[in-house]
Design a protein around this ligand. Sequence first.
Ligand code: G4P
Length: 284
Amino acid sequence: MSMNINWYPGHMKKTRESIEKNLSMVDIVLELIDARIPYSSQNPIIDSIVKNKPRIIILNKSDLADNKANKLWQDYYKKKDIDTIFLDALSGKGVNELLKIAEKVTMDKQRSYENRGVISRPTRAMIIGIPNVGKSTLINTLSGRKGAKTGNKPGITRSNQWIKTKGKLELLDTPGILWPKFEEESVGLNLAFTGAIKDEILDIETLAFKLIETIMKYYPKLLNNRYSVEVDGSTPLEVMEKIGTRRGCIIRGGEIDYTKVSTIVLDEFRKGVIGNITLEFPEE
Ligand code: G4P
């Protein structure tokens, strides 16, 4: 599967270098991933970029994810001794906890400033993650400003500025935009389901079919509730057709309008109206 034409080797190298340069200016990294797809939404070489810099993994869009699955992921990271936080960057739910953890994680550094008689300066942080994971939203929520969309085109360089937050944290206004994983097909699908990569890359009917198949596996009841269709004993294609019939996605001659059903299902999944859905779990 080929995806995300914006990333090519020279570009990755440049991105990596510019992120590494910015990293040298901060005390802590806030790594954003998508709580619905924690594995698929993590950049493959993030560890080698961030190295030993203190880091908090933020599972964003947790408002759209399944609470039970959130718990499983929380335990998973806890076992690995990784600081995590579940966030809804849009509403700000979880932000106070994030500021607290950031303070805890950088306490040693602050102490060493004080011991050297240096006036403690704010903890400096940068946000890092793949496109669409919520970096700009978090910057806006933390800073209390609205609408300023940070340059999402990888490779754009601007002068860096520090943004004050309501806590002791200062944020670099330029988030690190990393490329998504490319290799596995299931990862590509997860990224497409959640809108992290664009629909044009995969045809929308295949995408919706695969999404229905996945939801049927983990959350059949939600499909049943949302679309009043019988899921048990049906194939994904049959479920897709039933949803089409329910929603009046019919073209001339009584045929199902598959494109229309697909748009509805994908759109409703992304908005969370089918329900709280997580697409991958720690043990897999
Ligand atoms: P980025 O800078 O990492 O690229 O992501 P950005 O903040 O632009 O967020 C991408 C989309 O995700 C936005 O939707 C934003 O509102 C949404 N979003 C960010 N954080 C959260 C969250 O915690 N919960 C939910 N439910 N949504 C969140 P958008 O403006 O509609 O963009 P698009 O979906 O049309 O691309």
